[in-house]
Design a protein around this ligand. Structure first.
Ligand SMILES: C[S@@+](CC[C@H](N)C(=O)[O-])C[C@H]1O[C@@H](n2cnc3c(N)ncnc32)[C@H](O)[C@@H]1O
Length: 243
């Protein structure tokens, strides 16, 4: 059973927390720019939250892939209820090959499941091999440039983020999230250093890997509530392209 089978609905519901909308989603779509007409692979798609938004943003075809059967069940149920033409596959991203190369691979919170440099390199290679030449890989990740000093208490944003400090390669970063309905759940990411990320992208063949700072929705930019999140960001975006 995949870790997310037990927390699939709680994770889905956490997408209603304000930081998801005004920072996470804003950052991802600003980074992606115009995706109309593109073929897209959404690796570690979860319940399809971004898969659907990618399709609604005009992508020609979007396939979501996730290890968790329960996450894929939620995604397919939503597709049946409100069809958009998204396709879903329950697979391990570490061994995934699309039938045809795509224009864009998106991975929100996949790479931080690698526990070793070798596993991270494997994920990066799958993404590189899935792209057509000139295609792009982008997403959101735990911000390994800014590990928490013990427990980072982010209660005003409804989560905690903890790991040993300073973290070692492969250490667990535990997230505890409190949903809008008050229920609390936990999951683990894994720490690998920024240098391990840089090497994994480079050895997979990417040449222009970069971390991308978070962006805040324009209508929230004068709201000091977000200052702590933006100055001490727990998550980060990234971008790379296949030459
Ligand atoms: C934090 S959730 C993110 C879901 C979605 N990308 C989002 O942002 O809403 C992480 C997801 O990664 C999936 N996952 C973890 N390891 C995976 C792997 N090796 N292959 C495919 N999916 C994986 C989990 O099942 C889970 O759905």
């Amino acid at each position: 059973m995949a870790e997310y089978d037990a927390i699939a609905e709680q994770y889905r519901d956490s997408k209603r927390l304000p930081f998801r909308e005004v920072i996470e989603r804003r950052t991802l779509f600003e980074l992606l720019g115009d995706i109309r007409g593109k073929t897209v692979l959404d690796l570690a798609c979860g319940d399809g939250f971004y898969t659907r938004l990618l399709k609604q943003a005009g992508a020609a075809a979007v396939t979501g892939v996730d290890l968790s059967a329960e996450m894929i069940r939620l995604a397919e149920r939503e597709e049946q209820a409100r069809p958009l033409g998204c396709k879903y596959l329950q697979r391990d991203a570490a061994a995934f090959e699309p039938a045809e190369p795509v224009d864009l691979v998106v991975a929100t919170y996949l790479l931080n499941y690698a526990r070793t440099g070798g596993q991270l390199r494997g994920f990066c290679q799958v993404c590189y091999d899935a792209l057509r030449p000139g295609g792009r890989f982008a997403g959101i990740n735990d911000n390994v440039r800014n590990p928490p000093r013990g427990t980072g208490l982010w209660s005003k944003y409804s989560f905690e983020r903890s790991c040993p400090f300073p973290p070692k390669e492969g250490d667990a970063i535990v997230y505890a999230i409190v949903n809008p309905d008050g229920s609390r759940f936990e999951f683990k990411n894994f720490y690998l250093s920024p240098e391990t990320y840089r090497r994994a992208f480079e050895s997979a063949g990417f040449r222009d890997f970069q971390w991308v700072d978070l962006s805040l929705s324009p209508d929230e930019r004068d709201n000091p509530f977000w200052d702590d999140f933006m100055t001490n960001p727990p998550i980060v975006a990234f971008s790379a392209s296949r030459p």
